[in-house]
Design a protein around this ligand. Structure first.
Ligand SMILES: [Zn+2]
Length: 282
């Protein structure tokens, strides 16, 4: 099964969405649906699934910035809007939604949470004007353009021979350990970010790293770049945001994967699980 939030069915229509008349035409399309979110999470519909409104229903309830265009699914327009109401738990809703809808929900959440933080220009403080169906903001005062953010993060299964080094953060369920991860910093390659994060979190030195897969991660708008990294042998020392980091044998890793992690989330929910699964098969 594909990773959650990947393989979105949406065509973002980047060549067309700059035309306001084209967006108006989509809003008049009877097949248009609007995902209704509150605080970045979908509201429950009558059947408990994420609520999809018609355009007129959404226009009557939408808070600023109004309807944001997400893309076309087989020609049918999808929008998202922030409305008032009690939302579902986003993680739970994404775990149980059909894969295509989960990807649409992830994009909706990232876009609306970005709009929520960028209503005013970060350069001069004037109120931004929405352009391109919500894919761009322009400041009417200083002219600065603002585009939705994606924050790249590296996430890696670090190993030395038959052992993997995994870490745990404070507050996690008992026995839970996971792959190391952290945000990339300006001026780094993906491999350099991987080496820096492993060293910061465990004190171990990466000797090689290879890319495995990536996953949009709408908390609120990251891109998880998954790698398998070889590290030099040594004793890991938990640092940075970890409360513990230690070596796991393949057998211990398999137990963690099949038992502890399985209670936390389904295997397709995070690239962390895919990296562990990939290493176990190596
Ligand atoms: Zn400005």
């Amino acid at each position: 099964m594909d990773l959650t939030f990947t393989r979105s069915p949406l065509d973002h229509a980047g060549l067309f969405r700059g035309d306001p008349d084209w967006i108006d035409g989509l809003m008049a399309d009877p097949s248009a649906r609007v995902l209704a979110l509150s605080g970045g999470a979908p509201l429950p519909g009558p059947d408990g699934a994420p609520l999809a409104l018609t355009v007129p229903e959404a226009q009557a309830r939408a808070l600023p910035p109004g309807l944001v265009f997400l893309g076309l699914e087989d020609g049918a327009p999808w929008f998202a809007a922030t409305v008032e109401g009690e939302a579902l738990d986003f993680r739970r809703a994404a775990m149980t939604a059909p894969p295509g809808l989960a990807a649409i929900m992830g994009r909706a959440r990232s876009m609306l949470m970005w709009h929520g933080r960028r209503r005013f220009c970060s350069n001069c403080g004037a109120e931004n004007t929405v352009r391109d169906g919500g894919a761009r903001l322009v400041c009417p005062s200083c002219g600065m353009e603002h585009f939705p953010r994606t924050d790249p993060s590296v996430i890696m299964l670090a190993h030395h021979g038959d052992r993997a080094v995994l870490g745990r953060q404070p507050g996690w369920p008992e026995g839970m350990y996971a792959t190391l991860a952290g945000f990339m910093e300006p001026g780094e390659t993906i491999e350099e970010a991987c080496a820096r994060e492993v060293f910061e979190e465990t004190g171990l030195r990466v000797t090689a790293a290879r890319y495995v897969a990536s996953q949009p991660w709408p908390f609120p708008s990251s891109l998880m770049i998954g790698l398998i990294a070889e590290v030099a042998d040594g004793a890991p020392v938990a640092r940075d945001d970890l409360e513990d980091a230690r070596w796991f044998t393949r057998a211990e890793t398999r137990v963690l994967y099949e038992d502890v992690m399985a209670r936390w989330a389904p295997p397709h929910f995070s690239v962390s699980r895919l990296l562990i699964e990939t290493w176990l098969k190596m």
